[in-house]
Write a protein that binds this ligand. Structure first.
Ligand SMILES: C[S@@+](CC[C@H](N)C(=O)[O-])C[C@H]1O[C@@H](n2cnc3c(N)ncnc32)[C@H](O)[C@@H]1O
Length: 234
């Protein structure tokens, strides 16, 4: 089984992790899977002063985070995922939350997809868990972003990580883990100067990269990001 078929089969159960209409199950998930809620909360916090920005969500899954980004001020969110079932759910979820004019969901493998545009920010939550060539994927994200890149990474640990690896291996899906040192090393190799590796519960990290590129005169959106880019030139 590939990562793609793994998520194609489990798209509905993945989406149900976030469901609030079953309070008990939701509460259990909030506690047992705190990292998936925490990484979204930390990401939204990074955009709290931004308005009218464009964003690419890599491995967008069922689109929940994309609707939250629109509700937090994004003018346009493009989600890419290679699971068609995830995208079906994402489109339905976006429709039911009235965000279809601002959300676009694209089917494709992020690693090879041809993008014809760049974005104010590029994020990937719960994506690097399944990516063997992390440095290449991060480089790709950086090349597509003007101001900010945010990505979550599961932490290598003595007990939890090997157990998860085994659980996923039994279902034929690879999963990868990271240390703070490895992420720092990757960022340095990519020539990044302004980055933070934040703890995201005890289970992972959130990498926040500020690109500090000067805005071009054609940049008319993304007020918050443009101001911070001007005050912190590379
Ligand atoms: C754990 S889910 C996370 C979904 C969403 N970002 C969230 O936080 O709720 C990971 C998603 O990444 C997608 N994915 C993994 N590798 C991918 C790739 N190379 N290209 C596109 N999507 C990918 C999977 O299909 C899956 O929907």
């Amino acid at each position: 089984m590939t990562v793609q078929s793994y998520f194609q089969l489990r798209a509905d159960s993945f989406h149900s992790l976030y469901e609030e209409d079953r309070p008990f199950r939701y509460l259990v998930n909030r506690v047992m899977r705190r990292a998936i809620f925490e990484r979204v909360a930390l990401t939204l916090k990074e955009f709290r002063e931004w308005r009218d920005f464009t964003i690419l969500d890599v491995g967008c899954g069922s689109g929940r985070n994309d609707v939250a980004l629109v509700n937090s001020g994004a003018a346009r969110v493009v989600g890419i995922d290679f699971s068609e079932r995830m995208l079906e759910i994402a489109r339905g979820f976006s429709r039911s939350h009235g965000t279809t004019t601002k959300c676009e969901f694209v089917r494709g493998d992020f690693v090879s997809h041809n993008f014809d545009q760049s974005f104010d920010a590029v994020i990937a939550l719960g994506f690097f868990d399944y990516i063997g060539a992390a440095e290449d994927a991060l480089r790709r994200m950086i090349s597509l972003s003007r101001y900010k890149v945010i990505a979550s990474f599961p932490k290598r640990s003595m007990i939890r990580a090997p157990l998860r690896k085994l659980r996923y291996a039994l279902k034929g899906c690879p999963v990868y883990f990271y240390t703070r040192d490895r992420l720092t090393h990757i960022c340095r190799r990519l020539g990044l100067k302004d980055f933070q590796v934040l703890p995201c519960t005890s289970a992972g990290f959130l990498l926040v990269v500020s690109l500090n590129r000067y805005p071009s005169s054609s940049d008319v959106s993304c007020r918050g990001a443009r101001e911070s880019a001007v005050t912190k030139p590379a």
